[in-house]
Design a protein around this ligand. Structure first.
Ligand code: FAD
Length: 408
């Protein structure tokens, strides 16, 4: 056992863990930050970071990423709308983004240890936490911070396991950028017959394609076929206009050109898959993220938007709120501060999820939203603000209704 007792042991150096470690180390605290991800392996993620996050922490723009000002959005029936965003958001490769944040934590004075660790069942005398590495090394600290992601073992122990129905599923492929940079468009396409959406997010040196959906009725084969249809449509689009043909009939009769594209792509893509927490309203109400000497951050706490799966903003914000609570000498007050800051918003999103992917006036709500956005500039603006992370769910309905009456 190392004799040093750290002020904090932070498990997981994703955005949440690194950001918390940086804040605390900068304030002079002795922080041990552990991460088990092999150096060249990236976290499965779209890597989209909202305008809201970029405004809150402008230094994020120093990480190597792509700034996005325009998005093509598709309805479940393939209806397209072009959105010119008032302010850009960014898309990062998670390898770049995570190493940028980890480096900042290290430069601030946090000690970073590579390798997976587990928490010892019993606290040592003196009430300190102990974590153990694969080779039997041990570290101890007064406060334990779980930032170990959606499958957090520490969170299971401290706050209880989440039921499988409260996990979204996301999978996709890293693929080459189109030859012509102008064809590297950013796309969000709502799925036909399933909750969720597909995306094409161009990064600096590759594209991230993916689908995020609920665990209920998850049928990997059909969803994978849908994603391949989306991907081949993407590469064969003219002028960035994708002809989405993901009805079964059209998938069977895939054109020669698209079959050729698919055959080539299959040789170069890299598959990824992971889970995203999507908590129910009841769980938001009762699950705790802090005690007197422990805290859960980011995905480990379940802090992702149940409608979109967006979690990076909440990972960073929860890290910041936890660091503030720790520095005022009251770790457990973090529970109150995350609830006051973004708790209502995420709880509201959990309530809205079924309606957002449900039907409205005889069609999917997302179909109607895009249909109405064609006719109303106000609704187009709300969609842009949703993507930017600037439009919450609490006043979404009233804003859509109000903006619908703006002139075209
Ligand atoms: C496919 C997919 C696409 C997504 N797209 C987006 C998007 O575009 N925008 C967005 O905002 N969000 C997106 N999300 C959600 C986002 O990825 C997460 O919300 C975010 O990464 C949470 O950050 P975190 O730091 O809490 O956890 P993570 O980023 O998961 O980091 C946890 C870290 O802990 C480490 N770890 C785990 N266990 C241990 C252990 N025992 N010991 C040591 N280290 C450990 C892991 O290696 C990992 O590095 C997506 C998620 C998925 C799955």
């Amino acid at each position: 056992m190392k004799s040093e007792v750290f002020d904090l042991l932070v498990i997981g150096a994703g955005p949440a863990g690194s950001f918390a470690a940086e804040h605390l180390a900068r304030a002079g605290k002795r922080v041990a930050l552990f991460d088990g991800r092999p150096p060249r392996e990236a976290k499965a993620c779209g890597g989209g970071v909202t305008t809201k996050a970029l405004k809150a922490w402008p230094h994020l723009l120093k990480a190597a990423g792509r700034s996005i000002e325009q998005v093509e959005m598709y309805s479940p029936n393939g209806r397209r709308i072009h959105l010119q965003l008032a302010e850009p958001f960014a898309i990062y490769s998670r390898r770049h983004f995570d190493s940028y944040l980890r480096r900042r934590a290290q430069e601030a004075g946090a000690q970073v240890f590579a390798g997976r660790v587990s928490v010892q069942n019993e606290k040592a005398t003196g009430g300190v936490w102990t974590v153990k590495g694969k080779n039997g090394e041990r570290w101890s600290g007064r406060v334990l911070v779980a930032a170990d992601g959606a499958n957090s073992h520490v969170a299971k122990r401290l706050a209880g396991a989440l039921p499988p129905s409260e996990m979204e599923v996301a999978f996709g492929y890293r693929a080459p950028l189109p030859k012509d940079e102008r064809d590297a468009v950013t796309v969000i396409a709502f799925l036909p017959h399933w909750s969720g959406y597909a995306w094409a997010f161009p990064r600096l040196d590759h594209l991230s394609f993916g689908i995020a959906t609920t665990q209920n009725n998850f049928d990997h084969k059909s969803l994978d076929a849908l994603l391949w249809s989306f991907m081949t449509s993407y590469y064969t689009a003219g002028d960035g206009r994708i002809e989405l043909s993901w009805t079964e009939k059209e998938q069977d009769g895939m054109s020669e050109r698209r079959a050729e594209v698919e055959a080539k792509l299959r040789l170069s893509v890299e598959r990824y898959a992971a889970r995203i927490p999507g908590l129910s309203v009841e769980t938001w109400e009762k699950r705790r993220a802090a005690g007197k000497d422990w805290a859960l951050l980011g995905d480990a706490a379940g802090f992702a938007d149940p409608v979109t799966g967006e979690g990076i903003y909440y990972a960073l914000r929860s890290a910041e709120l936890f660091a503030e609570a720790y520095l005022r000498g009251d770790v457990s007050s973090y529970e109150k501060s995350w609830r006051a800051d973004f708790g209502d918003e995420l709880r509201r999103a959990a309530k809205m999820r079924d309606r957002f992917y449900g039907t409205f006036l005889g069609a999917p709500f997302t179909e109607r939203m895009i249909q109405f956005a064609h006719c109303h500039r106000g609704i187009r603006n709300v969609l842009g603000e949703l993507i930017a992370g600037e439009q919450g769910y609490i006043d979404l309905k009233s804003k859509l209704a109000r903006r619908a009456f703006l002139p075209l």
